[in-house]
Design a protein around this ligand. Structure first.
Ligand SMILES: [Zn+2]
Length: 316
């Protein structure tokens, strides 16, 4: 009997100690529970961090130098998704090859598609190249619902960030004013940056480019460039000799002197085309973290626009 009492006493002490040390206490205050956000891409992580500030922890599954269509996700992300409050995805099937598996495996009801902790960022953005008629992935086309590289227009960056701020405010109403204030700050900095980017790109409006993958419709629309062809015959389909010859002929005919290539594609075909046409190959970054200089959304555009304007100047 006395032994049992001792044990009970002992257990009570342990609980008391644990409560004092905070080890098993129920989250007493907001500070103890930052919202855990996982994003599929680095750009979405940037937007979430911009509005979330110190009230969130954000991590991207894909790295900025990876092709977001084909990410080999580390198993550690299953655990991170298991603990996440919110998953933000690009959608439009960009991540169809790798994200659904992680969502299924993580066993977290909160972040399942359609649940409160799943946010599809495409709903906030202007989406280009939405196919008319029947939607299929025929011939391997990886853009069946419209172009999923929509974050490359700063206006879409603003729209997505506003959408994320609203979502965070729903999840944490007590921090709504904080998220709104941070969104306004981001939006103002974006206004300033856009003025500079527009001014730098203005002399080159109307310039024609060829791109490797169809990553740039929102970017080129925004800055008034014209994409006259892609090295991939269809998004996700590697270049073949016949299509490459067509691209070379078309570039010669239209005097196209700049080829944009995402950092994760082989430069062999772009370089061969450049030799035939006297064009410059520019490795343009589609995502934050594509190079070490592109540390945030602003620096991503700074980096790309500096490279592009240099190439346009050199090929007047
Ligand atoms: Zn794509």
């Amino acid at each position: 009997m006395s032994r049992r009492l001792n044990l009970l006493h002992c257990a009570g002490m342990m609980v008391a100690l644990a409560l004092i040390s905070g080890a098993v206490s129920p989250a007493p205050a907001r500070a103890a529970s930052k919202l855990k956000i996982v994003t599929s891409t680095t750009d979405l992580a940037e937007f979430a961090a911009e509005v979330g500030g110190d009230r969130v922890e954000v991590e991207s599954i894909a790295r900025g130098y990876q092709d977001p269509h084909y990410v080999e996700a580390k198993p550690s992300f299953v655990l991170k998704l298991h603990r996440a409050d919110l998953l933000i995805a690009v959608g439009l099937q960009l991540e169809i090859g790798w994200l659904p598996r992680l969502i299924t495996q993580c066993g977290n009801p909160a972040v399942q598609v359609g649940a409160k902790g799943y946010l599809d960022a495409s709903q906030f953005a202007e989406i280009l190249e939405i196919p008319a008629g029947v939607v299929t992935r025929a011939m391997g086309d990886v853009h069946p619902f419209g172009n999923p590289h929509y974050w490359l227009d700063p206006e879409n960056g603003r729209r997505i960030t506003r959408g994320i701020a609203k979502k965070l405010a729903e999840m944490r109403p007590e921090d709504a004013a904080y998220f709104e204030e941070r969104f306004q700050g981001f939006s103002q900095r974006l206004d300033e940056a856009q003025k500079a980017w527009d001014a730098e790109m203005k002399p080159f409006r109307g310039r024609k480019v060829v791109t490797y993958h169809r990553s740039w419709p929102n970017f080129t629309k925004r800055f008034g460039l014209e994409v006259v062809g892609e090295i991939e015959p269809r998004p996700g389909i590697p270049p073949g000799p016949r299509h490459t010859v067509e691209i070379i002929q078309m570039m010669k005919r239209d005097n196209v002197k700049v080829i944009l290539v995402e950092p994760y594609f082989d430069l062999k075909t772009p370089n061969a085309i450049a030799r035939e046409t006297g064009a410059q190959v520019v490795v343009l970054l589609p995502s934050v973290g594509g190079e070490k200089e592109a540390t945030d959304y602003f620096k991503l555009f700074d980096y790309d626009i500096a490279l592009l304007t240099r190439a346009f100047q050199a090929t007047q």
